[in-house]
Design a protein around this ligand. Structure first.
Ligand SMILES: N=c1c2ncn([C@@H]3O[C@H](COP(=O)(O)OP(=O)(O)OP(=O)(O)O)[C@@H](O)[C@H]3O)c2ncn1[C@@H]1O[C@H](COP(=O)(O)O)[C@@H](O)[C@H]1O
Length: 107
């Protein structure tokens, strides 16, 4: 059976109300959205560095950290993975350049 991002999102959600004290995810939720956002940013920077260095193994690992922390952040702020995927789905109707232009100048 293939492990999916939906599976990970469900696991993260289940950790939110879990009383287990040895859960890193639970610790993140208790630290709050600003702390989670900071961790997400740190992991993103580490992924950028791995990409710039052309280190495929490190990029794979850092990308996994980025996706995990993004899912925790979305859960903490009440945004579901389905909503994000739906937004991506809506964008398939137009090119990336057209989508960028539709956001208005300066963005
Ligand atoms: N995918 C992940 C995952 N990816 C990264 N991490 C953790 O993210 C942290 C980030 O790495 P850092 O080196 O920055 O961590 P750190 O120095 O310990 O962090 P800080 O002290 O700076 O906060 C590490 O502790 C990793 O273990 C993850 N922790 C959990 N998961 C998934 O979440 C599930 C539930 O985990 P628990 O909540 O811990 O039970 C696990 O089974 C996994 O599937």
């Amino acid at each position: 059976m293939t492990f999916t991002l939906d599976d990970l999102a469900a696991l993260i959600k289940s950790r939110r109300d879990d009383s287990a004290s040895n859960s890193y995810t639970k610790q993140l939720f208790e630290a709050g959205p600003p702390r989670i956002a900071k961790k997400f940013g740190e992991e993103a920077v580490e992924a950028v560095i791995a990409a710039m260095e052309g280190d495929k193994k490190a990029l794979t690992s850092e990308a996994a950290d980025v996706l995990y922390h993004l899912l925790v952040l979305l859960e903490a702020r009440g945004v579901s993975l389905d909503e994000v995927v739906a937004e991506l789905g809506r964008r398939t109707a137009q090119s990336g350049l057209a989508e960028k232009a539709s956001r208005g100048a300066g963005k």
